[in-house]
Write a protein that binds this ligand. Structure first.
Ligand code: SF4
Length: 217
């Protein structure tokens, strides 16, 4: 469990990482969690609650991240128990399991959702960014659920020159109603990556990245 100022805008939160992911994004920095989740520390629920209780006075919520948390069958139960203890919940997801997102929203278990939308919803481009086969219908369904959820949410995209052109970024932003949804770009950082070939790639230069950020604001 970690704490973060940046994962939930405006809130200091604890982060719970859930192992395993159905994508293999070449730029992924969480690859130990993706490729070998069995090697990660497992924390029992009572231990999670005890660590959170010790931080209750200065934490504003719990961010559940991954990996892809919606793959975990225990996720709804975990969140329900955290909510019952009074914690606000943010979920990070890649949007591949809209049925889980719908269940969590329907049960009023989420206070904020950040969904990675890897690029424009074009099959070959998306599969290149995700490093795996992608059901674009599921991605669109998750986007629609969040747009109509009435809760704060953001769609975010990690951009890299090897994967995204300026036209892609413009087209990506046009997929969303910016009056309903917050959009966020993250610049690729070539530290340790899931695809080691990507460690030779670069992010966008700071001026270009600032211009792209302004384009989607
Ligand atoms: S960046 Fe891609 S591979 Fe890594 S955790 Fe997120 S969705 Fe999974």
């Amino acid at each position: 469990m970690e704490t973060s100022f940046i994962d939930w805008p405006g809130k200091l939160c604890a982060i719970l990482f859930v192992g395993g992911c159905n994508f293999r994004c070449p730029f992924c920095h969480n690859h130990p969690l993706v490729l070998a989740p069995e090697g990660m520390e497992t924390i029992a629920f009572e231990e999670i609650m005890s660590r959170l209780a010790a931080r209750k006075n200065w934490l504003a919520g719990v961010c559940i991240s991954g990996g892809e948390p919606t793959l975990s069958p225990g996720l709804p139960r975990l969140i329900a128990r955290l909510k019952a203890e009074g914690w606000a919940i943010k979920l990070d997801t890649n949007g591949t399991r809209p049925e889980v997102v719908a269940q969590l929203l329907g049960d009023n278990l989420l206070d904020m959702v950040a969904m990675d939308v890897k690029t424009v919803l074009v099959q070959d481009k998306y599969e290149r960014c995700a490093g795996s086969a992608v059901d674009l219908g599921a991605i669109q369904h998750s986007i629609d659920l969040l747009c109509h959820s009435g809760i704060p949410h953001e769609f975010r995209m990690t951009i890299a020159p090897a994967l995204h052109s300026e036209d892609d970024i413009v087209a990506w932003a046009k997929q969303f109603d910016r009056s309903r949804s917050r959009l966020k770009l993250q610049n690729f950082n070539p530290r340790t990556t899931l695809d080691v070939a990507f460690e030779k790639e670069q992010g966008f230069g700071p001026e270009i990245f600032s211009r792209f950020e302004a384009m989607v604001a």
